[in-house]
Design a protein around this ligand. Structure first.
Ligand code: FES
Ligand SMILES: [Fe+2]
Length: 357
């Protein structure tokens, strides 16, 4: 029997991804006219911005001699290989070879072009079946608070030597607040409800939040712990495959946008939003001023977010190492959310495989 015939026989710690989703491969500011290599589930991809600023994603391989196209440069709307100067358009067709004689024809050597979208500050890429994308009109999840004037963003990048399942389990299990102590915005989480469908898992916890963002000086709570008052807030975490969204009451929202690189490495972007929704006076100010406030406060929670990420990565990498040392060693779980997460990851993989049959 093929190991994927039954999702129960798949080892969660080596489980592949369902390619028929939009993944986040870069921040938009990372992609310039200088080609950039990114990796998504074993695939090397080159991203570049053309003359009019549009982002494209091609297989990062020159078909001539198999070197990386990311070593090259953008010429008009094409990508030119560094080695002999062959050029490829956004569809991956070779369009120009500088030393071709009149009698010679450009060889038919197309490389793969990925559907790519620049949306809400990130580059979203669809690595799966293009027919499926078209047929089901699959849209990138997006991050609606990114442009919204009432939300202050902070971004922290996760680079982690671990399988993505360890990261998602970390994010869905709010009992790991134990690890974060001072960095965390809340404490004492208690799981109240888990709801599941074929695309997502929602876990609702009740937590004690330290922060209340209702006064203009509330922001100082970030720096002065004595200003914080514990109070009860709903803490909701959602695994909306393949990404993650959480909210703490009305004041905070965090996204984790995933880019699993391979079985033992995961890249992701954690985006923290502080809401200014309760400042109704602020909403009456001119847009340019609100935009100015939003831009000026970008990254306010950087220290906290980077601190959380460091602590989480340390644990996840130890879990991965331990798994690699002995994959048969048993672990024990009491949070019912985790078994649902593992089920969804396996189901998403088997769904993909079923369609290939
Ligand atoms: S290897 Fe790319 S042009 Fe020759
Ligand atoms: Fe954490």
């Amino acid at each position: 029997m093929d190991q994927f015939s039954h999702s129960s026989t798949v080892d969660i710690r080596t489980c592949g991804i369902n390619l028929n989703h939009w993944y986040v491969v870069a921040r938009n500011i990372e992609v310039t006219a200088q080609p950039l290599e990114v990796l998504l589930w074993h695939d090397p991809i080159v991203l570049y911005r053309d003359e009019i600023g549009k982002v494209h994603g091609l297989e990062n391989r020159c078909p001539h001699r198999q070197v990386k196209l990311s070593e090259g440069k953008v010429v008009k709307n094409s990508l030119e290989c560094a080695y002999h100067g062959w050029q490829f358009n956004e569809e991956g067709h070779c369009t120009f070879i500088p030393y071709l004689t009149e009698k010679q024809k450009i060889p038919n050597c197309q490389i793969y072009a990925y559907p790519v979208q620049e949306l809400d500050g990130f580059i979203w890429l669809f690595p799966g079946d293009k027919n499926e994308l078209e047929r089901n009109k699959i849209k990138p999840m997006g991050v609606m608070e990114w442009e919204h004037l009432n939300y202050i963003a902070t971004v922290s990048q996760i680079e982690c030597r671990g399988h993505f399942s360890f990261l998602i389990e970390n994010l869905m299990d709010m009992y790991h607040g134990h690890l974060h102590e001072n960095y965390q915005a809340w404490t004492d989480a208690q799981l109240k409800k888990v709801s599941v469908n074929e695309h997502e898992i929602k876990a609702l916890y009740e937590a004690q939040s330290y922060y209340k963002i209702d006064k203009i000086w509330s922001i100082f709570q970030l720096f002065f712990p004595s200003l914080r008052r514990l109070h009860s807030e709903p803490l909701e975490v959602i695994y909306l495959y393949p990404h993650w969204i959480s909210s703490l009451g009305n004041d905070f929202k965090i996204y984790c946008l995933l880019c699993p690189v391979n079985e033992t490495y995961t890249k992701a972007y954690l985006i923290h939003f502080t809401s200014l929704n309760s400042f109704w006076r602020l909403h009456k100010l001119p847009k340019w001023f609100r935009q100015f406030i939003k831009n000026s406060l970008f990254g306010t929670a950087q220290k906290m977010l980077d601190g959380l990420v460091r602590q989480d990565i340390k644990m996840i990498e130890q879990e991965q190492e331990s798994y690699l040392g002995n994959s048969q060693r048993r672990t024990y779980e009491v949070n019912p959310t985790i078994s649902q997460v593992q089920k969804l990851i396996k189901q998403q993989l088997s769904e993909k495989l079923d369609k290939l049959k």
